[in-house]
Design a protein around this ligand. Structure first.
Ligand SMILES: [Zn+2]
Length: 90
């Protein structure tokens, strides 16, 4: 199944990219508040995932996709977070 439902996440104007911490990734990403949760979320501008992606400029916002969709180290993030959350819950 192609991923037909890609959620585009707005990147505010003047956002500055940072580098993904994934050892195999190092892609430029933006950390922006996720529209649904309000929590900081890694977002990448990747036209291979969705051609509507655009880089933000000083005057215009951009559009990106959740970096978990294209990060080669996404599992590493998730397992770290998941482990922490699971321990905290118990
Ligand atoms: Zn990454």
């Amino acid at each position: 199944m192609p991923n037909a439902t890609v959620n585009l996440i707005p990147i505010p104007a003047k956002s500055r990219p940072t580098r993904c911490e994934g050892p195999h990734c190092q892609m430029p990403i933006y950390k922006v508040p996720h529209p649904a949760t309000g929590r900081q979320h890694p977002v990448s501008v990747n036209v291979a995932i969705d051609e509507r992606c655009t880089w933000p400029t000083d005057t215009a916002p951009g559009l990106g996709v959740s970096h978990f969709a294209d990060c080669p180290d996404a599992q590493l993030f998730r397992s770290r977070r998941g482990a922490g959350a699971a321990r905290g819950a118990q």
